[in-house]
Design a protein around this ligand. Sequence first.
Ligand code: CMX
Ligand code: CO
Length: 159
Amino acid sequence: MAITARRPGEEESGVQMSEAAANQKPLLTEIDHIAIAVPDLGAAIDYYRETFGAVVDHREVVESDGVEEALLKVAESYVQLLTPTRDDSTVAKWLNTRGGPGIHHVGYRVADCGEALEAVKAQGFRVLDDAPRPGSRGTTVAFIHPKDALGTLIELVQE
Ligand code: CMX
Ligand code: CO
């Protein structure tokens, strides 16, 4: 089955990918996390605990991204509650523009972050990291531009 995707500068109709590309080994192996940006991390953690009984599995400040995160484990995946640690964080900007909390990005698990990133780049889609870099809890990550990914910021996560 042919699948379609839209590349920068192309018309809405998109392009047809080859049978070979459509039949390649899937790069995404699992959902790693759904990231929800919030203005108040403590209140968000309380909400998940009181409403769903979900508790914090891991907490970390990722200074390079200007965020603090709390990971709540759901089966083999996480809910990543995310809050800015400084005013110039892109998450602070996102919360201001949006006017409140909401889904900020999706993290997909991949076997090899470098390989997945190169596959995305080779198809002409914009990425936000030229090479894989350290993420939280010892992972290796790379982000794909939301404007080339159906309006969704995507994080490729290698454990
Ligand atoms: N999801 C979908 N679209 C988004 C978005 C998001 N999270 N953030 C921004 N956009 C959209 C904006 O709405 C804007 O669209 P329009 O041009 O139609 O208005 C466009 O993308 C550009 O936005 P911008 O405000 O000019 O760009 P920013 O300076 O806010 O940067 C982005 C946006 C995605 C490039 C930046 O957030 C980034 O580099 N993200 C990767 C790193 C990251 O998100 N780190 C925090 C999480 C860390 C972790 O999970 O560990
Ligand atoms: Co994330």
